[in-house]
Design a protein around this ligand. Structure first.
Ligand code: DTR
Length: 342
């Protein structure tokens, strides 16, 4: 490269740098860098939540904190997320408590069939409950963001119009969805979301029960052509930081992160409910002829009846562990109804 060229190249990159990094953030080097791991791709809604959080922390700390994101399991996978954060592999990890209900027992109450109307209502309820009950299952962590999916739907290769179609069908769900599918008569398999596309292709499963944006975000509509129009249960997400790491952060940074924690359930719920799911359904209908199968009223009533005992069973199981299950569900119902009205 001749001298003239290299000077102009330098000029262009300087200009691009100044233009692209207009926030004071970028001009001063960050004092603190936090690594943030997530198990699924950046373009999925939890991934977008992570990018938004990273950008906001940088902006609101005036560049003092930079966040390096590691989506798609590049640093930690779904099953190792929380232990990975404890061990310091990542400073922050976004995992799904629904994948491990044994480890997050109280949180699994949010994934009972509670009739949440959307992800925003469920996300806000989850966050409030966690603040109020401060469940022991998050001991050693600082929870920095919580949210849920919309209530999941059964999405399959072959049509499911009634319990007979579902009987014995191999379907995948997050851990907390397994008892739901079992109660409905299917043969459930618990597995993390990133394993689903291949398991569908190889025929290990005939479909999945989760939020419907996965039809597009994981390209599942290429093989799953049917959605049964029966909302089931939400899947929970929690992003956590190791407590000791948190305690070392300066107070002004902690304040920014706590403010954001209060905002993330709404931000994520709204994006998921208002853009993400609708766009995916429209795309799947247009590109892959997705069919939404209504459930007849009497069939719906039978499905509801099959799921009804789950709440009492859960309370009994949690009481056995010495957890305040009945109080948690009572408050959950109040919050659900309060947020559904807003
Ligand atoms: N945890 C999920 C739900 C899920 C829905 N969308 C995404 C996107 C990225 C990761 C996970 C998910 C489930 O397993 O059902």
């Amino acid at each position: 490269m001749n001298r003239r060229k290299s000077i102009s190249a330098l000029f262009v990159s300087l200009a691009a740098g100044l233009f692209g990094l207009a926030a004071p953030a970028a001009v001063h080097a960050a004092e603190i860098t936090l690594t943030y791991a997530f198990f699924a791709p950046a373009k999925t809604f939890p991934g977008r939540q992570m990018a938004h959080w990273a950008e906001q922390v940088n902006k609101r700390t005036n560049g003092k904190v930079a966040v390096q994101t590691f989506p798609a399991g590049t640093l930690l996978g779904a099953k190792e997320m929380y232990d990975g954060v404890s061990k310091g592999v990542a400073d922050i990890g976004l995992g799904s408590p629904s994948y491990d209900p044994g480890r997050f027992p109280l949180t699994s109450g949010v994934s009972l069939p509670m009739g949440f109307t959307n992800a925003t209502v469920a996300s806000r309820s989850l966050w409030e409950l966690t603040k109020e009950f401060n469940p022991k299952e998050y001991e050693g962590f600082k929870v920095i963001a919580m949210f849920t999916t919309e209530p999941g739907f059964i999405q399959t290769k072959t049509a499911v119009r009634n319990a007979g179609d579902l009987a014995g069908m191999k379907l995948r769900a997050a851990g907390t969805g397994v008892p739901v599918l079992k109660a409905l008569g299917a043969a459930p398999i618990g597995m993390p979301m990133p394993e689903v596309p291949q398991s569908v292709q190889t025929g290990v499963i005939n479909g999945t029960m989760t939020s419907r944006e996965v039809l597009q975000d994981f390209k599942l509509a290429e093989s799953l052509k049917f959605v049964t129009d029966y909302p089931t249960v939400v899947v929970t997400f929690a992003a956590v930081m190791d407590r000791k790491k948190w305690d070392k952060l300066p107070a002004d940074v902690q304040k920014v992160i706590e403010q954001l924690a209060a905002e993330m359930p709404v931000w994520t719920g709204q994006y998921h409910d208002k853009e993400n799911v609708g766009a995916a359904l429209a795309w799947a209908a247009k590109e892959h002829k997705l069919q939404i199968l209504p459930l007849a009223a009497d069939e719906r009533a039978r499905w509801d009846a099959k799921l009804k005992p789950m709440e009492d069973e859960w309370v009994k199981e949690m009481n056995g562990k010495g957890l305040p299950a009945a109080a948690y569900l009572k408050r959950l119902r109040e919050l659900r109804d309060q947020f559904a009205k807003q």
